[in-house]
Design a protein around this ligand. Structure first.
Ligand SMILES: [Zn+2]
Length: 175
């Protein structure tokens, strides 16, 4: 990977970073299978965005979307999920911490800026009263673990209940 030109790597990153990347699709498939309804790419209803704009005139909602354009949006729950590529968003894992030797400064500047922007967006969303979950590409290999993470983020109370039921050995699935 280190021998790639900036242009080649940019193209590759854009591909990975763009819409409908594989990790994002996996998360969407899981949510869909679990019957969650969601919107994509920071999209909320006109009513919601107007309300947010009225309450938070200091915040910019570019294109009528939530700050940072979260990959998955649960509008009525006021919860969002970001699916982050480890390299691009400078995750604290081997892939994320990998520093290309070629054009090192270019990548460092770009990735550091992305990470800083991510942190600003998370803080802004928190101030708006929205909760965020960041899922990292490297954590998506274990599908069952991802689903568990999604459910405990979306249903903190009921997942606790499910755990209690599991420890009690109950077979009642709530149907
Ligand atoms: Zn990672």
């Amino acid at each position: 990977m280190d021998s790639m030109s900036v242009e080649q790597r940019s193209k590759l990153m854009a591909k990975i970073h763009g819409k409908d990347t594989k990790p994002e699709l996996l998360v969407r498939r899981l949510l869909h299978a679990a019957s969650y309804r969601y919107r994509l790419q920071g999209h909320v209803s006109l009513k919601t965005i107007n309300e947010l704009r009225r309450k938070h005139p200091d915040v910019t909602f570019a294109g009528g979307k939530l700050p940072g354009r979260p990959d998955v949006v649960f509008s009525s729950r006021r919860e969002v999920i970001f699916v982050n590529g480890c390299f691009w968003h400078l995750h604290d894992c081997p892939e994320g911490q990998h520093a290309p030797r070629t054009h090192a400064e270019f990548w460092d500047t770009k990735r550091t800026a992305t990470r800083a922007r991510d942190q600003r967006n998370l803080a802004t969303l928190r101030n708006l009263g929205w909760e965020s979950l960041a899922l990292w590409e490297c954590q998506l290999k274990d599908t069952a673990a991802v689903l568990e993470k999604l459910v405990s983020f979306l249903e903190p109370a009921s997942s606790k209940m499910a755990q209690t039921q599991a420890t009690r050995g109950t077979t009642n699935t709530g149907k």
